[in-house]
Design a protein around this ligand. Structure first.
Ligand code: ADP
Ligand code: MG
Ligand code: ZN
Length: 628
């Protein structure tokens, strides 16, 4: 305990010097305290004479503040209240204090920024070094003597506050589009935060937690910010993964810190992103549970129970894996409201595009509706990214406004990655041409298949060549014939290689195709009941062990059935492969013609492709239906 006394003394000493050297000394001297292992006590001592950031802002508004000295480097301010000119109060600042500074300016409060690194510091440093050196030596002595090094770990939770606070998010519901139902539900939360009396007056209990469920990029974070923005309350955010640390108990202490800060700033909104990182079912996974995660989760549950609904704190959590969450999180009184935030439909995509087009120069000839039609499956984040890519391309091409050309290129880029340069003429370029035309030709000649949009030999991302099919608008349900058609056209690439070059010459280029095909066929058998095994569901969609599922009960069928599944999968695939091969063999003339054109031009658009097929193909007008 003697160490503690010394530390407090030194702290006072260094508080008087606002110089770089002083700061150094303070941080050095803090270390033995860590080793002695009771940082909490010291903390309390220092905080007795202090204000929070929120209180400071309030006091400024009321005109109770006479003078403020800001030290942005150290994140503290010395506040002189009216009538207490010689007893300054320490206030912890945030990373950005624009709001405070604006208020101070507004109220004409005398404030000065004390820079920690002024020129005097250099001289001061020398002088200070004289007495720091013995201190350092002393400290080393302490270090060596300390046998209980593990207590260092105790400080992790406290020393790093990992959550962020935004006093004003500036996001409004208008900035979020395409999720109308979710917005409607959340409008109520805004009212809870703004006028809780309306609910408490009639005896309603205000819900504490809302869980936003949806795939990444659909605007969950944005929605949470919009709620805070609409209600005009501070926004605290932390990611679930930031709770999880190596040391047991750190996450729990972060949860406590977060709630403590939130209570000081109520009414406010706490946003926990990726809550599945802490909120997974307890006791799941290989080898039982994870102590640290479970403690963190328990702490979170305790904190949520600990405050009454009427304190004005609302917790919003986001996840894309609601299925792995612990049931205790979802029961009433915790995250009892669940709001689905799904990928937008056509109208939603159009609305999102409108939001993001607001601050961009777009050629009037570009129809946002057409873009929305071209992008089924895109999330809000994809669409924002798409328009941004288009804007970058426009700037690079030195154009005045974004045209449809940039949009098209941007869509391709968002879907398939960066464009590379085409191969020079070679045997492999020719082989890739056959492979791609194989996909496109089989797809075109099959009934029940989406039309070809374009075929290209210009590499993108991982792919050396690409065949694009126009997706059907919002295919909610896919038929067995469509699935088989898809498998057949994907196999068309490898089939073309074999038909043209013979079995020994086929390449690794089809690896990705084969994986896709195998997945599709397997799902047809085990999930959709589309094989002779009958309408059975044999596998769950999600089986990842590490996401909180037990791996023991993964397969629910016997080995006999497993063998049958494999046989069915193989049959679907070999059947489709035969179909693809025979289509290509029968249309060899069209194939050769298209490959010549593609090698020469590097890209063939869908319309031209279909025209050539119609001219040359033997079975063009009577499309092939997939057998079996
Ligand atoms: P999530 O948290 O669901 O993964 P975000 O909220 O972080 O997604 O979205 C990322 C970005 O994508 C947002 O900042 C915004 O620019 C854009 N975005 C996503 N969804 C929407 C939407 N519904 N409306 C407008 N913009 C959106
Ligand atoms: Mg997010
Ligand atoms: Zn392929």
């Amino acid at each position: 305990m003697t160490v503690l006394g010394k530390k407090a003394l030194n702290k006072q000493l260094s508080a008087k010097r606002v110089s770089w050297a002083g700061a150094l000394a303070a941080s050095l001297i803090l270390m033995p305290g860590i080793l002695a292992g009771n940082p909490v006590l010291a903390q309390q001592k220092a905080e007795r004479n202090s204000l929070t950031y929120g209180e400071l802002i309030k006091k400024t508004e009321k005109g109770e503040v006479a003078k403020v000295e800001l030290d942005e480097a150290e994140h503290v301010a010395k506040v002189y209240l009216v009538g207490q000119k010689d007893t300054p109060i320490q206030v912890k600042l945030l990373e950005q204090n624009t709001e405070l500074i604006n208020r101070l300016k507004e109220k004409n409060v005398d404030f000065a920024e004390v820079s920690s690194a002024n020129s005097r510091a250099a001289v001061g440093l020398l002088i200070n070094l004289m007495w720091i050196l013995p201190l350092v030596a002393l400290m080393l002595l302490f270090l060596r003597r300390s046998t209980n090094a593990s207590s260092q770990a105790m400080n992790f939770g406290k020393s790093r506050a990992r959550f962020q606070m935004e006093a004003k998010t500036g996001v409004k519901f208008d900035d979020v589009a395409g999720v109308e139902e979710a917005k409607e539900e959340l409008q109520e939360v805004v009212t809870f935060l703004k006028q809780p009396e309306r609910f408490t007056a009639v005896g309603a209990r205000i819900p504490k937690g809302v869980l936003l469920i949806g795939p990444p990029g659909t605007g969950k974070t944005l929605l949470a910010k919009a709620i805070a923005g609409e209600a005009g309350v501070p926004f605290f955010s932390i990611s679930g993964s930031e709770f999880v640390e190596m040391f047991v108990g750190v996450g729990a202490s972060r949860v406590r810190d977060l709630f403590k800060k939130a209570k000081e700033n109520a009414p406010c909104l706490i946003f926990i992103d990726e809550i599945d990182a802490v909120g997974r079912q307890r006791g799941a996974g290989i080898g039982g549970g994870n102590d640290e995660r479970e403690q963190t989760l328990n702490q979170l549950l305790t904190e949520m129970d600990g405050f009454e609904g009427n304190t004005g704190i609302i917790i919003i959590a986001a996840t894309n894996r609601p299925d792995v969450l612990d049931a205790a999180l979802l029961r009433p009184g915790r995250f009892d409201r669940q709001v689905i935030v799904d990928a937008p439909d056509l109208k939603g995509r159009l609305d999102i595009l409108k939001v993001h087009a607001r601050n961009k120069k777009i050629d009037p000839a570009v129809s946002l509706d057409a873009i929305a039609r071209r992008t089924p499956g895109f999330t809000g984040a994809d669409l924002a990214n798409l328009l941004n890519e288009a804007a970058i391309l426009t700037a690079r091409r030195r154009k005045e406004a974004i045209t449809i050309l940039e949009i098209d290129d941007a869509v391709d880029r968002v879907v398939a990655g960066m464009e590379g340069t085409a191969l020079v003429d070679s045997k492999s370029k020719r082989l890739i041409a056959y492979h791609e035309v194989g996909h496109a030709l089989v797809g075109t000649l099959l009934k029940d298949h989406d039309p070809v949009q374009k075929v290209t030999l210009i590499p993108r991302g991982q792919a050396l060549g690409l065949t694009w099919f126009t997706p059907n608008e919002e295919q909610g349900l896919i038929s067995r014939a469509q699935l088989k058609g898809r498998i057949t056209s994907i196999l068309g690439g490898r089939a073309a290689e074999e038909v043209v070059f013979g079995k020994p010459e086929v390449t690794t280029g089809a690896g990705d195709d084969l994986q896709k095909v195998t997945n599709l066929a397997r799902q047809m058998v085990t999930r959709f009941g589309m094989s002779t095994l009958g309408p059975l569901s044999l596998e769950n969609q999600s089986g990842e062990v590490f996401l909180g599922r037990d791996w023991m009960n993964k397969s629910e069928y016997s080995e006999e059935i497993a063998a049958k599944i494999d046989a069915q999968v193989r049959e679907i695939i070999s059947n489709s492969y035969q179909t693809a091969k025979s289509i290509l063999e029968q249309n060899r003339i069209a194939l050769e013609h298209l490959v010549d054109l593609l090698s020469d031009q590097e890209t063939i658009e869908g319309e031209l492709f279909r025209k050539i097929v119609a001219e040359h193909a033997q079975v063009a007008d009577e499309k092939i239906a997939v057998s079996h």
